[in-house]
Every structure is written in structure tokens, then in C-alpha cells.
Design a protein around this ligand. Structure first.
Ligand code: IVH
Length: 650
């Protein structure tokens, strides 16, 4: 192949890919594409100096990272205000009408995925940054390059930021979950989580396999002169980005309502999940005039779709026993599709709820699925009963170990500490993400290891041998070794992970971090007074910790010996600054979430409190500050804006 032929081949491949991934209209077969791709690959192997940066081979090539680096957005990424009904739309339109005249509105879908900012300079994709807090995100450039609907080159030379949503199509989402289920891995709750998780993979090879799609919805920093948003977006689509399945201009309330109703009724038919329609002022000049509140543009709004309800039949009620022994009922329903996800189970919360709603097996029920929450049964259609549906009878014995259940009304508990369900779930929890985060030790594998008698408790995990694993069905050398390495990789974990992994009732991730910060590895010798003195830890949590330590001291010491968790780094003395040692209260909305500001102030040595009192040194307020501001004024507390706070720090 000559260099000329190579350049031509790259162009052809990019054209094929554009038709396939962006226009959804393939113009060739996989075979033709693959043959040409391999020719390009072969040429590049011997002509490294001639490799074009927009060659499709350059999409995957990155090496796995240890962690993502933070990156600042050239201009802020905003959020959107939500509205839910026609009255709220009316009000929003009145508000915009007061600010500017003669405007039209650009309506497009609101995609449910993860937002991403792409920075192009001289026509080349330079950097891709996740939204983060809108000011700073994570650099995921390597991963973004694997997304076929993100052009590596565009025919526009000036620096420009293209913003959009990374999504997974509904059918792809189902395929991923089927594969994960077969591999014994945990399932993604919904396409949005799957998209966000795939975008934030340290290994770009994994991202590449997930078939993510980028849907542009806006432009950040730019030097475009085109005065209308819809025309700007058409330019973006013409540079090789995917256009929305539906986009329309509307002049007023009636027209917007019509488009909204249509989009809502068509949503099931779209490839991607939509959670609403976004309405944006189309004149850029007017947008600039209207500006932003601290969080959202005044020129755009998200008109949300209602959660989706479906009627189905309740086939059965099964019981689950959690790691604390709590027995919860789960509804098994006739499988039904809601927004591209097949729903087969729904939450019933507890037995009181079954009584309250008089839910009976065989009933026709309405289930509701909204966003990322587990579907739930909202209502029984009792008119449809045929007489065969009998009231539900509460269980009196554990469905797993058959020991007698303790019925405390809303909470029903198996009290047998050796109940296999409790033990298995405790081990699953021990290995899960917010605990020791042991890769590959998911539900299915723990169940197998337990039922094969290889583990009876978490301590046994560390004694597993390669021979034992190889004897199990489906465990080859590589997989087995990887699992053993992952288990031993948990050694030297952060101290809070160790505490969290113990699964102490009422002590979750946040409390574990506080305990670890306060006592380090000595948390077992802390007395009640010292424990309740920690911000956010109350009496119930302290009692639970003390009781746990009393009963399990030996096991915890043994685990500590094996894991040698890292004690937190000693606090370094913070430099002098106006907030050091001061009590600060935050109120109102700020340019970033208050949580971010709280952490920043705490790092400066301030104590951030939730309520204003005479002891408060500063009240830092943002937009829409309410009663805390009034109270601080009354008490004569120094009140400063977020901006002022930042000025004091430079
Ligand atoms: S516009 C300045 N348009 O929704 C306007 N956002 O709830 C900022 N999103 O962070 C956003 N589809 O990740 C816009 N058509 C669309 C969108 C969209 C999805 C996401 C985006 C944003 C979030 C706000």
C-alpha cells in the first residue's frame, strides 16, 4: 500500500463509520470494513511515522490508567432547572417573556446518560472531560476516543467545546447485563449507570467494548458568529456528530406542549433513554441577556417526563434475607418492558406495606419505574380480581434456615447468626465496592464458594488456594489466579474500608470514615463518650459499634492482622488563613455544591456547622439564602458572599 492509498483507505473507513455510527445507515458490510481496516493496520505497523491521528486504529491504543487526572472546563458546564407540568411551563415562559421579547424555543430530547465536554482545537479532539462539579471534571480523553460517534477530527479550526451526553442504547444495555449475569458480575441498574460506569473505566479497552454513543446538546467556549442556536447545532451535526432523533423550533406555549406530548408518547420507540424534553431560547443574543442563576441558565429548562407506569400481574412474592437478618418481600411480576428495561421484580419494602395495600398473589398491579430506582408496586387493581387471589400470609420461619422469625412490624428478622443467607450476604458485602472492593468476587462466585464448602466466613477467603478454585466448574487458571490476587490485593486497604466491610449495623461508609478519622485503627478501644462526640454519630450508632466490638473482637483482630489496613495520614498543620479555627455556616445555592465548599473550608481548618448560633463566626451565603441568613443578621454574625469568601483566600 502506498502512503496515498493509505490516506484514502483511512478516509473511506471514516466514511463507512460515519454512515454506520452517526447516520444509522450502513453503506457497506462488516466484512468489507474489516478487510480494509486490517490493511490499514498492516500498513501502520511498518510506517509508524505516517500514521494519521484520525485513523480508526487510533481509537483504541491507550494503556490502562492508575487513576484519572482532574481537568478544568474552559467554560463552566451548567445544570438545568426541572419543570414537571403545563402550569410550570406557563410560569417559565412568562418569566422568560419578561426578560426578552420575540423569542423562539429550540426543543430537543433530554437524554439520560453522563455528560461529557469535548475540546477541539485546530480541528483535532484534544481533550474529553466529564462534568464533575461543572468547573472541574476528570480527563477521560482515551475513553472518549473509543466512542465511534465522537469525531477525532472536525472541519472547524477554531477552539470549540462540544457538550453532549454519553448514553448506552437500550438494546445494548440489555446485552451487557446478560453478559454480566453469565459472568457472575453485578448488573447495572439502568442504562445511565451503565453509560457513566463505562465512561469512567481506567482501561479504555473496556470502554471500547461497551458501544457508547455521544449525543451533542450544546456548545461551550466558541467564536461562532451564527446568531441562532438551531443553526449552530446543525453546524455541529454537519461536522460528524449525531443529530437528535427529534428537534424542533416552537414559538409559544401551545406549540411547545404539542411537541412535548408527542415526544413523551414516542419515547419508548427511541433507541436511547429520555427523561424529558429540553427547551432552550433559540436566539444567542437573548440567551446572553438572560444569563444564569448560580446553578442554571435562565434561558433553558428541562420539562421532565413522568415516571413510567405499567400494568402487569403479580406472580409470586419471594423472600430475601439480608446480611443483618432482615427478611424482605420481593414481588415477582409477569415480565414487562419499561423504557427498554425488562422488569421482572419489584420492591415491596416490608410486610406492613403488603397489608396496607392489600397486595395478593395473582393480582393485576401497577408498577412504576422512575430513573434509577428499583421498580415498585404502586397500586393493586382490585376490581380485576376473580376470587382466586388470597390475602398474603406473613412468614413465621426463615425461608433459608427455617429458624423462627422475629416480627417487629415493619421489620422482620431471622435471628440465626449462622443462617447461610446472612453469612453469604455478609461476605458479598465485605467484598463490595464501598468496602474492600475485591474485583471479581461478586454474588454468584461467593454463593458458589459457600455452597461448595470452601468458605464459611470472611476469614476463609484469605485461605483459598489455586487448587481449590481450579476444582470448581468454570474456573480456569487465569480467572482463578486473578481472583486470588484480587483477594490478597485488599491487604493494606484504607482503614475506613476495613471498618465499613465489617457490616456493623447503622455504620455505613460516612460513619466509617468519621470513625477512622477520629480513632484510626484504635476504633475498638474508643468509649461511648468519645464515639458520640463525633459529628454525625449518635447514640444508636455508638451502641451498635460497641455491641459489635464486644461480640466480635477476636474475629476483627484476626482480620486486622491479615489485612493490615492503613491508618489515615496524620493531619498536617494547616497554614494560617482567615477561616482556620472558625465556625462557619453555609446557606443558599453556590457556584458549586455546598458539600464541595464544606470540604474546602474543613481543609482550611474551619468547623462547618449546620445551624447558626452565637458561636458562628461567619455565614457564607449564596443565592436564595433564607432563614439562616436572617438569623445570622439578628445575631450580628458576619455574613459574606461566596465571592467574598474566595477573595479572602487569595
Ligand atoms: S443543556 C446550559 N440539553 O442534563 C445548558 N442538557 O439536568 C446545560 N442533558 O448536565 C445543559 N440532555 O448532562 C442539555 N438536550 C440536553 C440534554 C442535557 C441531557 C443533561 C446534561 C445536563 C443535565 C442537566
Amino acid at each position: 500500500m502506498t502512503v496515498e492509498a493509505y490516506k484514502k483507505a483511512v478516509q473511506t473507513l471514516n466514511r463507512y463509520a460515519h454512515y454506520y455510527y452517526v447516520l444509522d445507515d450502513p453503506i457497506t458490510t462488516d466484512e468489507v470494513y474489516d478487510t480494509l481496516y486490517h490493511k490499514v493496520l498492516a500498513f501502520e505497523a511498518t510506517h509508524e511515522e505516517a500514521i494519521l491521528s484520525n485513523s480508526p486504529t487510533q481509537r483504541v491504543g491507550g494503556v490502562p490508567l492508575d487513576k484519572f487526572t482532574k481537568a478544568a472546563h474552559p467554560s463552566r458546564m451548567w445544570s438545568l432547572e426541572d419543570i414537571f407540568n403545563a402550569q410550570e411551563l406557563q410560569k417559565w415562559l412568562q418569566k422568560t417573556g419578561k426578560l426578552v421579547d420575540n423569542i423562539s424555543f429550540y426543543c430537543e430530547p433530554k437524554y439520560d446518560g453522563a455528560s461529557l465536554n469535548l475540546i477541539y482545537e485546530k480541528g483535532v479532539l484534544l481533550q474529553a472531560i466529564t462534568r464533575g462539579d461543572g468547573v472541574v471534571g476528570e480527563d477521560v480523553t482515551q475513553n472518549a476516543k473509543t466512542i465511534q460517534s465522537i469525531p477525532l477530527h472536525i472541519e472547524y479550526e477554531e477552539k470549540i467545546e462540544i457538550r453532549g451526553e454519553v448514553v448506552i442504547f437500550k438494546d445494548e444495555f440489555e446485552k451487557i447485563n446478560v453478559t454480566r449475569s453469565k459472568a457472575g458480575e453485578s448488573l447495572f441498574a439502568n442504562p445511565r449507570n451503565a453509560a457513566a460506569g463505562s465512561l469512567r473505566q481506567l482501561d479504555p479497552q473496556i470502554t471500547a467494548k461497551r458501544n457508547l454513543v455521544f449525543l451533542p446538546y450544546g456548545i461551550g467556549e466558541n467564536t461562532l458568529e451564527e446568531p441562532l442556536l438551531n443553526r449552530r447545532m446543525e453546524m455541529v451535526y454537519s461536522w460528524g456528530f449525531r443529530a437528535p432523533p427529534r428537534r424542533e423550533l416552537a414559538e409559544g406555549f401551545e406549540a411547545i406542549e404539542t411537541i412535548y406530548e408527542q415526544m413523551k408518547s414516542e419515547r419508548e420507540g427511541y433507541d436511547m433513554m429520555l427523561d424529558g424534553m429540553v427547551i432552550k431560547v433559540n436566539q444567542i443574543e437573548a440567551q446572553l441577556e438572560m444569563g444564569y442563576t448560580v446553578k442554571v441558565p435562565r434561558w433553558a429548562v428541562a420539562y421532565k417526563f413522568p415516571a413510567v407506569e405499567k400494568i402487569t400481574t403479580l406472580k409470586d412474592i419471594v423472600l430475601q434475607v439480608g446480611r443483618s437478618g432482615a427478611v424482605t418481600p420481593v414481588a415477582i411480576v409477569e415480565p414487562t418492558q419499561i423504557e427498554g428495561v425488562v422488569v421482572e421484580r419489584a420492591s415491596l419494602h416490608n410486610f406492613d406495606e403488603i397489608d396496607r395495600k392489600d397486595i395478593r398473589i395473582g393480582d393485576k398491579v401497577i408498577i412504576l419505574r422512575s430513573g434509577d430506582v428499583i421498580p415498585k408496586i404502586v397500586k393493586v387493581i382490585s376490581q380485576e380480581r376473580d376470587g382466586s387471589q388470597q390475602p398474603y400470609v406473613r412468614p413465621t420461619s426463615c425461608p433459608v434456615c427455617e429458624s423462627e422469625l422475629l416480627d417487629e412490624g415493619a421489620l422482620t428478622k431471622c435471628q440465626n447468626l449462622t443462617c447461610s443467607a446472612r453469612v453469604v450476604n455478609a461476605i458479598i458485602y465485605f467484598a463490595s465496592k464501598p468496602c474492600l472492593n475485591i474485583d471479581g468476587l461478586g454474588d454468584k462466585i461467593v454463593e458458589t464458594l459457600y455452597s461448595e464448602g470452601l468458605i464459611k466466613n470472611v476469614l476463609d477467603l484469605f485461605g483459598l488456594t489455586l487448587e481449590q478454585l481450579l476444582a470448581l466448574e468454570g474456573f480456569k487458571e487465569r480467572k482463578s489466579q486473578k481472583l486470588i490476587d484480587a483477594i490478597h490485593g485488599a491487604k493494606g486497604c484504607e482503614c475506613w474500608r476495613f471498618i465499613n466491610a465489617l457490616g456493623i449495623e447503622h455504620i455505613g461508609e460516612v460513619a466509617s470514615k468519621s470513625l477512622c478519622n477520629a480513632f484510626g485503627l484504635d476504633f475498638m478501644s474508643a468509649d461511648k463518650e468519645a464515639i458520640v462526640a463525633i459529628d454525625g454519630i449518635g447514640e444508636e450508632m455508638a451502641n451498635s459499634l460497641l455491641e459489635f466490638v464486644r461480640v466480635n473482637r477476636e474475629v476483627v483482630l484476626e482480620l486486622q492482622e491479615i489485612l493490615s489496613p492503613k491508618a489515615p495520614a496524620p493531619k498536617v498543620e494547616v497554614a494560617e488563613n482567615p477561616f482556620k479555627g472558625k465556625v462557619v455556616v453555609l446557606t443558599g445555592s453556590m457556584s458549586v455544591s455546598r458539600g464541595v465548599i464544606k470540604v474546602m473550608l474543613e481543609d482550611l481548618g474551619a468547623k462547618v456547622s449546620g445551624s447558626v448560633s452565637k458561636k458562628t463566626d461567619y455565614l457564607v451565603y449564596g443565592e436564595d439564602a433564607g432563614s439562616k441568613y436572617d438569623k445570622a443578621m439578628d445575631l450580628g454574625v458576619t455574613c459574606i458572599t461566596e465571592e467574598k469568601m474566595r477573595e479572602m483566600l487569595v
